[in-house]
Design a binder for this molecule. Structure first.
Ligand SMILES: *[C@@H]1O[C@H](CO)[C@@H](O)[C@H](O)[C@H]1NC(C)=O
Ligand SMILES: *[C@@H]1O[C@H](CO)[C@@H](O)[C@H](O)[C@H]1NC(C)=O
Ligand SMILES: *[C@@H]1O[C@H](CO)[C@@H](O)[C@H](O)[C@H]1NC(C)=O
Length: 339
């Protein structure tokens, strides 16, 4: 009898310990041991480092290789007829357990193959950070060979000097179709007209990431197709997004979801010979200690727990310091050499 009780007691203790261990492991997974520097420390480090930058071909080659191995951006960045034939199951990367099986209706909407002519030479990835305001980076950006922008940003006259005019690829979050264009239920004209500013670029939509995003994405596709728009719709491949998420998770970015900006930077590092990023500064105070708005066009804050912007910034900063990409955080140098 006492032996039996002892065993029982041990068992109970063991399961308590096991539960504790699991809790501790979860804690370290969510809040890893390494400490993220405070905003102020990051700003000081950026200032200390100054403008000096040197391209590092070894770093560029290394990241292209790493990203090709993990995520195969050339073949996988968009959903194509080639990588997603009829009957293929697309697992949503932003849902726990949900998929779409490619059918006759959706298959027709996919491009045949990766439409980009590779390799791309100089790429610019333009985030929407308030740091772009008064940056005078427009000309600098427009000189790139391939320009990527995030989430249908405004490119109206007042911003041209700071953000440029040319776009080759622009992402669109499905929620913007719902909110800004009433899910295209009433009028498609507003939407089609406001897309004209992006010329004949690719519009890149995560149609198969979150359940509620599929319908608005397909609507956006039809709205553009029916108006013989010059834009080409590309659906982001959820498998690619998932793999890129894992790639950065292994590098200390612990977000529920990566920001669109970091997805684009990853794509650019995989496809381009040279990458410059603009408008990435997720802090409310600038290098000059003046307040910075959240976007260059407004100051609406994002939902806090979804993205891990400061963590992402630290990774980009490492890439900048090693010369793998160039990050512009201050004003761009004057083009005519007058400055
Ligand atoms: C260049 O990049 C490689 C690979 O990331 C890195 O090991 C090396 O230290 C970098 N060189 C310089 C000068 O930063
Ligand atoms: C899909 O379309 C093809 C050709 O249009 C047709 O032959 C086939 O029956 C369709 N399949 C389904 C499941 O509707
Ligand atoms: C598409 O591009 C052509 C040639 O650049 C231009 O004439 C036309 O107006 C454009 N169409 C739309 C809908 O923007």
């Amino acid at each position: 009898m006492p032996v039996c009780m002892l065993v029982r007691c041990c068992r109970a203790k063991l399961s308590v310990w096991a539960a504790l261990c699991v809790l501790v492991l979860c804690w370290f997974y969510v809040f890893p041991g390494y400490r993220l520097p405070a905003d102020k420390e990051i700003a000081e480090e950026v200032l200390r480092h100054g403008e000096a930058w040197r391209k590092n071909q070894t770093g560029i080659d290394l990241y292209r290789k790493l990203l090709t191995e993990c995520c195969d951006p050339r073949r996988m960045f968009a959903v194509t007829k080639e990588n997603s034939p009829l009957g293929k199951v697309l697992w949503y990367d932003g849902e726990f357990y949900y998929s779409h099986t490619v059918n006759n209706e959706t298959y027709q909407l996919f491009v045949q193959d990766n439409p980009l002519t590779l390799p791309l030479k100089k790429c610019a990835v333009v985030g929407n950070g308030g740091i772009l305001r008064h940056s005078k980076c427009g000309k600098d950006i427009d000189q790139a060979d391939f320009i990527m922008r995030c989430n249908l940003p405004p490119l109206s006259k007042e911003y041209v000097e700071d953000v440029g005019t040319i776009t080759h690829l622009v992402t669109a979050n499905p929620s913007i179709i719902e909110k800004r264009f009433q899910n295209l239920l009433w009028s498609r004209k507003d939407f089609v007209d406001s897309m004209k500013v992006y010329g004949s670029s690719y519009i890149y939509m995560p149609a198969f990431s979150m359940k509620p995003g599929t319908d608005p994405s397909l609507r956006a596709y039809y709205a553009l197709a029916d108006s013989s728009s010059n834009l080409t719709m590309l659906f982001a491949n959820p498998e690619f997004l998932h793999m890129v998420g894992k790639f950065w998770k292994a590098r200390n970015v612990h977000a529920r979801r990566l920001s669109t900006g970091l997805f684009l930077v990853s794509l650019a590092l995989g496809l381009c010979e040279e990458v410059t990023v603009y408008g990435f500064w997720p802090f409310s105070v600038g290098l000059d200690e003046q307040p910075v708005s959240h976007h260059y066009y407004d100051n609406i804050l994002p939902y806090k727990w979804v993205h891990a912007m400061p963590e992402e910034f630290v990774q980009l900063w490492h890439l900048h310091k090693s010369g793998t990409l160039r990050m512009r955080v201050g004003r761009c140098p004057s083009q005519d050499g007058v400055s």
